[in-house]
Design a protein around this ligand. Structure first.
Ligand SMILES: [Zn+2]
Length: 105
């Protein structure tokens, strides 16, 4: 017999497994840093790293693959999207000069 408590616990486990799998899949596709410091680009083209943990977000509004958050480079609120490190390899050289985002997901 399934109690409501057990059902809720099962749902939480299912959600956690979903996000873990989604993170692994995204990493295999070249989006390194998902679940940690992820390379993202805002809609105005600024490149920066932010703490991106799939399913966890305290300082931004999640909209699927995109997030609405503050861009520390242009100092504006915008939509950001993870980018493949290999797609921006020539720009990564300057990454260490870029502003760091807050270490809050
Ligand atoms: Zn920006």
């Amino acid at each position: 017999m399934t109690t409501p408590t057990r059902l809720r616990r099962t749902s939480i486990v299912a959600v956690v497994i979903f996000y873990v799998v989604a993170t692994i899949v995204a990493r295999r596709r070249g989006y390194s840093g998902l679940g940690g410091r992820t390379l993202v680009r805002c809609f105005e083209g600024h490149l920066f790293r932010t703490l991106w943990i799939p399913g966890v977000s305290l300082k931004s509004i999640r909209l699927g693959w995109y997030r609405f958050q503050f861009c520390p480079v242009g100092r504006h609120w915008t939509m950001v999207k993870p980018v493949r490190e290999s797609d921006v390899a020539d720009e990564i050289g300057a990454m260490d000069l870029l502003a760091r985002d807050l270490a809050v997901p």
